[in-house]
Design a protein around this ligand. Structure first.
Ligand SMILES: [Zn+2]
Length: 109
């Protein structure tokens, strides 16, 4: 099974996690936000199927956009891959698959 670790960022002061690099912590203002590696494991918190995508994604529809709560506590919005014949449900486990130019891709397991 393919699975990748998820690159994220953590404040050196309050330990808040962020999906994107920060020049200083959005929560406590500390100037040091470090790159960290998370497990890439998480839980499906919500999802929606896009049937009428923005122009840049036309031809990829339908596709699913999900909110994933990573085990370490970081919440990310991601493209969701669901196996043929499978129905996604809130609470399903998901793993990080790869980073694309438009953002992360997770897959239900
Ligand atoms: Zn902080």
């Amino acid at each position: 099974m393919r699975m990748a670790s998820f690159e994220a960022f953590a404040c050196d002061g309050c330990k808040s996690l962020f999906a994107r690099s920060q020049s200083r912590c959005r929560r406590c203002g500390a100037p040091t936000v470090l790159s960290i590696t998370l497990s890439g494991r998480g839980t499906l918190t919500s999802f929606t199927t896009i049937r009428v995508p923005p122009t840049v994604f036309q031809g990829q529809e339908p596709y699913d956009i999900a909110v994933i709560d990573l085990d370490e506590g970081l919440r990310v919005t991601a493209r969701l891959t669901v196996a043929e014949g499978r129905e996604a449900a809130i609470g399903d486990p998901a793993v990080f698959e790869e980073m694309r130019p438009y953002g992360p891709v997770f897959r239900l397991i």
